[in-house]
Design a protein around this ligand. Structure first.
Ligand code: NAP
Length: 298
Protein backbone atom coordinates (compact mmCIF):
# COMPACT_ATOMS: atom_id res chain seq x y z
CA UNK A 1 0.00 0.00 0.00
CA UNK A 2 1.29 3.50 -0.80
CA UNK A 3 0.49 6.55 1.29
CA UNK A 4 0.11 10.13 0.07
CA UNK A 5 2.51 12.58 1.65
CA UNK A 6 -0.40 14.00 3.75
CA UNK A 7 -1.29 10.51 5.03
CA UNK A 8 2.36 9.83 5.82
CA UNK A 9 2.66 13.04 7.85
CA UNK A 10 -0.56 12.17 9.70
CA UNK A 11 1.12 8.91 10.77
CA UNK A 12 4.48 10.47 11.67
CA UNK A 13 5.74 11.63 15.05
CA UNK A 14 8.91 12.93 16.60
CA UNK A 15 9.65 12.06 20.22
CA UNK A 16 12.10 14.34 22.05
CA UNK A 17 13.38 13.07 25.40
CA UNK A 18 14.07 9.37 25.73
CA UNK A 19 14.11 8.64 29.43
CA UNK A 20 12.11 5.53 30.40
CA UNK A 21 8.81 7.30 29.55
CA UNK A 22 9.82 8.90 26.24
CA UNK A 23 11.38 5.62 25.07
CA UNK A 24 8.17 3.72 25.96
CA UNK A 25 6.05 6.20 23.98
CA UNK A 26 8.41 6.03 20.99
CA UNK A 27 8.34 2.21 21.09
CA UNK A 28 4.52 2.17 21.25
CA UNK A 29 4.38 4.46 18.20
CA UNK A 30 6.85 2.31 16.25
CA UNK A 31 4.99 -0.92 17.09
CA UNK A 32 1.76 0.66 15.82
CA UNK A 33 3.41 1.54 12.51
CA UNK A 34 3.91 5.27 13.14
CA UNK A 35 6.90 6.70 11.25
CA UNK A 36 8.87 7.72 14.36
CA UNK A 37 11.86 10.03 14.66
CA UNK A 38 13.67 10.36 17.98
CA UNK A 39 16.13 12.77 19.56
CA UNK A 40 17.73 12.81 22.98
CA UNK A 41 20.43 14.94 24.61
CA UNK A 42 22.37 11.76 25.39
CA UNK A 43 22.61 10.20 21.94
CA UNK A 44 23.09 6.58 23.11
CA UNK A 45 19.44 6.45 24.29
CA UNK A 46 18.28 7.40 20.78
CA UNK A 47 20.63 4.88 19.16
CA UNK A 48 19.14 2.15 21.38
CA UNK A 49 15.77 2.74 19.69
CA UNK A 50 17.16 2.47 16.17
CA UNK A 51 17.01 -1.34 16.39
CA UNK A 52 13.26 -1.05 17.12
CA UNK A 53 12.79 0.96 13.93
CA UNK A 54 13.16 4.58 15.05
CA UNK A 55 14.82 7.16 12.81
CA UNK A 56 17.56 8.79 14.89
CA UNK A 57 17.81 12.49 14.07
CA UNK A 58 21.27 14.00 13.87
CA UNK A 59 20.13 17.18 15.59
CA UNK A 60 17.09 18.81 17.13
CA UNK A 61 16.18 20.83 14.04
CA UNK A 62 15.98 17.79 11.78
CA UNK A 63 14.10 15.85 14.49
CA UNK A 64 11.40 18.52 14.54
CA UNK A 65 11.42 18.82 10.75
CA UNK A 66 10.57 15.15 10.24
CA UNK A 67 7.01 15.30 11.62
CA UNK A 68 4.09 17.65 12.21
CA UNK A 69 3.57 16.08 15.65
CA UNK A 70 6.41 16.63 18.15
CA UNK A 71 5.96 14.93 21.52
CA UNK A 72 8.33 16.16 24.22
CA UNK A 73 8.90 13.90 27.24
CA UNK A 74 11.57 15.81 29.10
CA UNK A 75 12.23 15.92 32.84
CA UNK A 76 10.33 19.16 33.60
CA UNK A 77 8.85 22.28 32.04
CA UNK A 78 11.98 24.38 32.47
CA UNK A 79 13.92 21.86 30.37
CA UNK A 80 11.01 21.68 27.91
CA UNK A 81 10.86 25.47 27.47
CA UNK A 82 14.64 25.57 26.93
CA UNK A 83 14.18 22.94 24.19
CA UNK A 84 11.23 24.75 22.57
CA UNK A 85 13.22 28.01 22.52
CA UNK A 86 15.81 26.33 20.31
CA UNK A 87 13.26 25.35 17.64
CA UNK A 88 13.82 27.75 14.69
CA UNK A 89 10.85 30.01 13.89
CA UNK A 90 10.26 28.45 10.43
CA UNK A 91 9.93 24.99 12.04
CA UNK A 92 7.41 26.19 14.63
CA UNK A 93 4.71 26.94 12.05
CA UNK A 94 2.10 24.27 11.35
CA UNK A 95 3.44 21.80 13.92
CA UNK A 96 1.82 20.55 17.10
CA UNK A 97 4.05 20.33 20.16
CA UNK A 98 2.74 18.04 22.91
CA UNK A 99 4.34 18.64 26.30
CA UNK A 100 4.17 15.62 28.60
CA UNK A 101 6.53 16.64 31.42
CA UNK A 102 5.16 16.79 34.97
CA UNK A 103 4.75 20.27 36.47
CA UNK A 104 2.68 22.43 38.78
CA UNK A 105 -0.46 24.00 37.23
CA UNK A 106 1.15 27.48 37.33
CA UNK A 107 4.19 26.26 35.45
CA UNK A 108 2.04 24.55 32.82
CA UNK A 109 0.15 27.84 32.31
CA UNK A 110 3.48 29.65 32.02
CA UNK A 111 4.61 27.22 29.30
CA UNK A 112 1.31 27.74 27.44
CA UNK A 113 1.62 31.53 27.65
CA UNK A 114 5.18 31.30 26.35
CA UNK A 115 4.00 29.12 23.43
CA UNK A 116 1.24 31.58 22.53
CA UNK A 117 3.69 34.51 22.58
CA UNK A 118 6.09 32.57 20.36
CA UNK A 119 3.66 31.18 17.79
CA UNK A 120 3.70 27.52 18.84
CA UNK A 121 0.62 25.26 18.76
CA UNK A 122 1.02 23.49 22.06
CA UNK A 123 -1.01 20.81 23.83
CA UNK A 124 -0.44 19.99 27.50
CA UNK A 125 -0.63 16.46 28.84
CA UNK A 126 0.03 14.63 32.10
CA UNK A 127 1.04 10.98 32.04
CA UNK A 128 -0.84 9.16 34.79
CA UNK A 129 0.54 5.63 34.47
CA UNK A 130 3.98 4.09 34.94
CA UNK A 131 6.04 3.35 31.84
CA UNK A 132 5.06 -0.40 31.49
CA UNK A 133 1.40 0.61 30.95
CA UNK A 134 2.19 2.88 27.99
CA UNK A 135 0.80 1.37 24.77
CA UNK A 136 -1.56 -0.94 26.70
CA UNK A 137 -5.34 -0.59 27.18
CA UNK A 138 -4.64 0.84 30.64
CA UNK A 139 -2.52 3.75 29.36
CA UNK A 140 -3.85 7.07 30.70
CA UNK A 141 -2.70 10.55 29.70
CA UNK A 142 -4.79 13.61 30.67
CA UNK A 143 -4.91 16.51 28.20
CA UNK A 144 -5.96 20.15 28.43
CA UNK A 145 -5.57 23.47 26.66
CA UNK A 146 -6.40 23.21 22.98
CA UNK A 147 -9.00 20.52 22.22
CA UNK A 148 -8.69 20.95 18.45
CA UNK A 149 -5.04 19.87 18.63
CA UNK A 150 -5.97 16.80 20.65
CA UNK A 151 -8.76 15.90 18.20
CA UNK A 152 -6.38 16.28 15.28
CA UNK A 153 -3.72 13.99 16.78
CA UNK A 154 -5.91 11.56 18.73
CA UNK A 155 -5.26 8.66 16.31
CA UNK A 156 -1.54 8.84 17.12
CA UNK A 157 -1.66 9.97 20.77
CA UNK A 158 -4.12 7.23 21.73
CA UNK A 159 -1.54 4.65 20.69
CA UNK A 160 0.45 5.67 23.77
CA UNK A 161 -2.64 5.93 25.97
CA UNK A 162 -6.06 4.73 24.73
CA UNK A 163 -7.49 6.66 27.67
CA UNK A 164 -6.73 10.27 26.67
CA UNK A 165 -9.50 12.48 28.08
CA UNK A 166 -9.66 16.23 27.44
CA UNK A 167 -10.15 18.04 30.77
CA UNK A 168 -10.78 21.61 29.64
CA UNK A 169 -9.37 24.79 28.17
CA UNK A 170 -7.30 25.85 31.22
CA UNK A 171 -3.73 24.72 30.36
CA UNK A 172 -3.06 24.02 34.07
CA UNK A 173 -5.84 21.42 34.40
CA UNK A 174 -3.80 18.34 33.47
CA UNK A 175 -1.05 19.32 35.94
CA UNK A 176 -3.65 20.07 38.64
CA UNK A 177 -5.18 16.59 38.26
CA UNK A 178 -1.70 15.05 38.09
CA UNK A 179 -0.50 16.64 41.35
CA UNK A 180 -3.77 15.93 43.16
CA UNK A 181 -3.92 12.29 41.99
CA UNK A 182 -0.27 11.59 42.71
CA UNK A 183 -0.66 13.01 46.22
CA UNK A 184 -3.38 10.44 46.94
CA UNK A 185 -0.91 7.78 45.78
CA UNK A 186 2.06 9.03 47.83
CA UNK A 187 -0.02 9.66 50.96
CA UNK A 188 -1.41 6.11 50.82
CA UNK A 189 2.02 4.58 50.20
CA UNK A 190 3.56 6.59 53.06
CA UNK A 191 0.76 5.60 55.45
CA UNK A 192 1.30 1.94 54.54
CA UNK A 193 5.06 2.27 55.10
CA UNK A 194 4.53 4.05 58.45
CA UNK A 195 2.14 1.34 59.61
CA UNK A 196 4.54 -1.35 58.36
CA UNK A 197 7.38 0.26 60.35
CA UNK A 198 5.26 0.07 63.53
CA UNK A 199 4.19 -3.51 62.75
CA UNK A 200 7.71 -4.75 61.99
CA UNK A 201 9.03 -3.08 65.17
CA UNK A 202 6.65 -5.40 67.06
CA UNK A 203 7.73 -8.60 65.33
CA UNK A 204 5.26 -8.76 62.42
CA UNK A 205 6.33 -8.70 58.78
CA UNK A 206 4.90 -6.14 56.36
CA UNK A 207 3.31 -9.07 54.53
CA UNK A 208 1.56 -10.17 57.75
CA UNK A 209 0.08 -6.71 57.98
CA UNK A 210 -0.80 -6.36 54.27
CA UNK A 211 -4.25 -8.05 54.27
CA UNK A 212 -5.29 -5.86 57.23
CA UNK A 213 -4.19 -2.73 55.38
CA UNK A 214 -6.26 -3.99 52.43
CA UNK A 215 -9.32 -4.12 54.72
CA UNK A 216 -8.92 -0.35 55.14
CA UNK A 217 -8.41 0.15 51.40
CA UNK A 218 -11.73 -1.59 50.72
CA UNK A 219 -13.55 1.04 52.80
CA UNK A 220 -11.94 3.98 51.00
CA UNK A 221 -14.07 4.23 47.80
CA UNK A 222 -17.29 4.78 49.78
CA UNK A 223 -15.42 7.02 52.24
CA UNK A 224 -14.02 9.21 49.43
CA UNK A 225 -17.52 9.52 47.95
CA UNK A 226 -18.90 10.83 51.25
CA UNK A 227 -15.91 13.17 51.73
CA UNK A 228 -16.40 14.61 48.22
CA UNK A 229 -20.11 15.14 48.99
CA UNK A 230 -19.27 16.99 52.22
CA UNK A 231 -16.47 19.10 50.69
CA UNK A 232 -18.65 20.22 47.77
CA UNK A 233 -21.64 20.87 50.06
CA UNK A 234 -19.56 22.67 52.71
CA UNK A 235 -21.44 20.70 55.40
CA UNK A 236 -19.66 18.23 57.71
CA UNK A 237 -22.38 16.40 59.59
CA UNK A 238 -20.96 13.94 62.10
CA UNK A 239 -23.83 11.46 61.66
CA UNK A 240 -21.52 8.45 61.25
CA UNK A 241 -18.27 9.64 62.83
CA UNK A 242 -17.06 12.55 64.88
CA UNK A 243 -13.77 14.31 65.42
CA UNK A 244 -13.76 13.77 69.19
CA UNK A 245 -13.77 9.99 68.73
CA UNK A 246 -11.27 10.23 65.87
CA UNK A 247 -8.85 12.34 67.90
CA UNK A 248 -8.61 9.53 70.40
CA UNK A 249 -7.70 7.05 67.60
CA UNK A 250 -5.07 9.46 66.30
CA UNK A 251 -3.57 9.88 69.80
CA UNK A 252 -3.22 6.07 69.91
CA UNK A 253 -1.43 5.99 66.56
CA UNK A 254 0.93 8.74 67.74
CA UNK A 255 1.63 6.95 71.04
CA UNK A 256 2.25 3.62 69.26
CA UNK A 257 4.58 5.35 66.83
CA UNK A 258 6.64 6.84 69.66
CA UNK A 259 6.64 3.55 71.61
CA UNK A 260 7.87 1.59 68.59
CA UNK A 261 10.59 4.12 67.75
CA UNK A 262 8.93 5.14 64.47
CA UNK A 263 9.01 8.80 63.34
CA UNK A 264 5.69 10.23 64.65
CA UNK A 265 5.45 13.20 62.24
CA UNK A 266 2.71 11.64 60.10
CA UNK A 267 0.30 10.81 62.96
CA UNK A 268 1.22 14.12 64.63
CA UNK A 269 0.13 15.98 61.49
CA UNK A 270 -3.26 14.21 61.43
CA UNK A 271 -3.71 14.52 65.21
CA UNK A 272 -2.95 18.25 65.13
CA UNK A 273 -5.45 18.86 62.33
CA UNK A 274 -8.12 17.16 64.46
CA UNK A 275 -7.05 19.08 67.60
CA UNK A 276 -7.32 22.39 65.75
CA UNK A 277 -10.84 21.60 64.52
CA UNK A 278 -11.80 20.61 68.06
CA UNK A 279 -10.34 23.83 69.48
CA UNK A 280 -12.52 25.70 66.98
CA UNK A 281 -15.59 23.96 68.41
CA UNK A 282 -16.17 21.29 65.72
CA UNK A 283 -15.79 18.12 67.84
CA UNK A 284 -19.19 16.78 66.76
CA UNK A 285 -18.38 17.15 63.05
CA UNK A 286 -17.17 14.44 60.69
CA UNK A 287 -13.53 14.00 59.58
CA UNK A 288 -14.45 15.93 56.39
CA UNK A 289 -14.37 19.13 58.51
CA UNK A 290 -10.54 18.84 58.32
CA UNK A 291 -10.66 20.32 54.80
CA UNK A 292 -11.42 23.74 56.32
CA UNK A 293 -8.25 23.56 58.45
CA UNK A 294 -6.21 22.49 55.43
CA UNK A 295 -7.57 25.41 53.42
CA UNK A 296 -6.35 27.88 56.02
CA UNK A 297 -2.83 26.36 56.39
CA UNK A 298 -0.52 28.16 54.01
N1 NAP B 1 8.77 7.16 34.20
C1 NAP B 1 7.50 7.12 34.55
O1 NAP B 1 6.96 6.03 34.85
C2 NAP B 1 6.65 8.38 34.53
C3 NAP B 1 5.29 8.31 34.92
C4 NAP B 1 4.50 9.46 34.85
C5 NAP B 1 5.06 10.66 34.43
N2 NAP B 1 6.40 10.72 34.07
C6 NAP B 1 6.94 12.02 33.64
O2 NAP B 1 7.52 11.88 32.35
C7 NAP B 1 8.64 12.79 32.22
C8 NAP B 1 9.85 11.98 31.74
O3 NAP B 1 10.15 11.03 32.73
P1 NAP B 1 11.20 9.84 32.51
O4 NAP B 1 10.85 8.79 33.50
O5 NAP B 1 11.28 9.46 31.09
O6 NAP B 1 12.63 10.38 32.94
P2 NAP B 1 13.27 11.76 33.42
O7 NAP B 1 14.53 11.38 34.02
O8 NAP B 1 12.33 12.55 34.25
O9 NAP B 1 13.47 12.55 32.03
C9 NAP B 1 14.43 12.11 31.20
C10 NAP B 1 14.59 12.95 29.95
O10 NAP B 1 14.79 14.35 30.24
C11 NAP B 1 16.04 14.71 29.62
N3 NAP B 1 16.68 15.81 30.33
C12 NAP B 1 16.80 15.95 31.67
N4 NAP B 1 17.45 17.11 31.94
C13 NAP B 1 17.73 17.67 30.73
C14 NAP B 1 18.36 18.88 30.33
N5 NAP B 1 18.84 19.75 31.24
N6 NAP B 1 18.47 19.15 29.00
C15 NAP B 1 17.98 18.27 28.07
N7 NAP B 1 17.37 17.12 28.38
C16 NAP B 1 17.23 16.84 29.71
C17 NAP B 1 16.86 13.45 29.66
O11 NAP B 1 17.95 13.55 28.76
P3 NAP B 1 19.27 12.65 29.02
O12 NAP B 1 18.92 11.24 28.63
O13 NAP B 1 20.30 13.28 28.16
O14 NAP B 1 19.59 12.76 30.49
C18 NAP B 1 15.81 12.46 29.22
O15 NAP B 1 15.55 12.56 27.85
C19 NAP B 1 8.85 13.43 33.60
O16 NAP B 1 8.26 14.71 33.63
C20 NAP B 1 8.10 12.49 34.54
O17 NAP B 1 7.61 13.16 35.68
C21 NAP B 1 7.19 9.60 34.11
Amino acid sequence: MTFSSNERRARSATVVGLGPMGAAIARAFIQAGVDTTVWNRTRSKADALAADGARVAADLGSAVGHADLVVTVLRDHQTTRRFLETVPADLRQGRTFVVLASSSPAEARQTQAWAEQNGLDLLQGAIMVPEPLIGTDNGLILYCGDEKLLDRWRPVLEIAAPRSPFLGLDPGLAALHDTAMVQVFFAAMTAFLHSSAMATAQGLTAKNFLPWAEEMLAILPATFEQLAHDVDGGAYSGAEDNLLMELSALEHIHTTSVETGVDPQLPALMRDLARRALDDGHGADSWSRIVEGLRSTV
